[in-house]
Design a protein around this ligand. Sequence first.
Ligand code: 5GP
Length: 318
Amino acid sequence: MPHIDSSVKLDFKDVLLRPKRSTLKSRNEVDLTRSFSFRNSKQMYTGIPIIAANMDTIGTFEMARVLSKFSLFTAVHKHYSLKQWEEFASQNPDCIQAGNVVTGEMVEELILSGADIIKVGLGQGNLVLGGHWLPFINKHRWNMSLFLVFFSGSMCTTRTKTGVGYPQLSAVMECADAAHGLNGHIISDGGCSCPGDVAKAFGAGADFVMLGGMLAGHSESGGELIERNGKKYKLFYGMTSEVAMKKYGPAVTDYRASEGKTVEVPFKGGVQSTIQDILGGVRSTCTYVGAAKLKELSQRTTFIRVTQQANPIFSEES
Ligand code: 5GP
């Protein structure tokens, strides 16, 4: 008989962080940099652990150039040609991170089998590198990490198409617990719609937070620029949307449905101000809970369940 798990599973919108006693006087006092030594590869990482998603509308070379100035990194999408990569790598070898994807049920199993970082979200459509990349990857000593995929992205229609899903806050809390017990690391992938969600993901125990939609619609984002009635928009689509599948195949077939949306995002200009807004938000979170370093945020986190996280009087829903 099918089993019903009736324990409550929560999303970012279901909680807020409880303010705590803090001696921090300014956001300037907060250090968002983290250093990790990965369990299996022994590689080292230092930076602000926010990653631009490897979607062709987000993980572009242009995005990587701006984000690296803020010590953030970009999971560059796989649809550039080898020549484009060579050219980019010769100018910036330091800001590339590549990963391949597996789907699995147990974080522990993946870490024990050699994964350094597990990506947490629900769906599909990620970076899978073909064999012809291997000599290039070896030459540049890229860190090949193994990811578990559970997407809950803004462009994701997996929940409605398949009925499969897992609320992201609970997924992160449960997977971080499992991974950290073995000195592994996790990426919270997808589901962030505002800087507060990024802070909640770190508070829940994510070592890295991957963003798609929040970085869409900028000059550095990929996707066609559209002008209509004097307004500018940029196309943003899921990597398994019909648009992406038509572009790169495999096409939507009788047996494979699209699990991604396509939207026109109002054009927002350069991504720099969005990054500053996100980093400023997370710094403020740290001051409110008394965390001088991002590393301390999850230890200082108590979530409280809420029925609404913002006053909706001037929002579109009201
Ligand atoms: P967002 O930050 O927009 O909420 O989520 C970004 C994440 O959504 C990406 O990192 C990727 O894991 C996931 N994603 C991207 N395209 C698709 C898609 O077409 N379908 C699904 N299910 N997930 C996607």
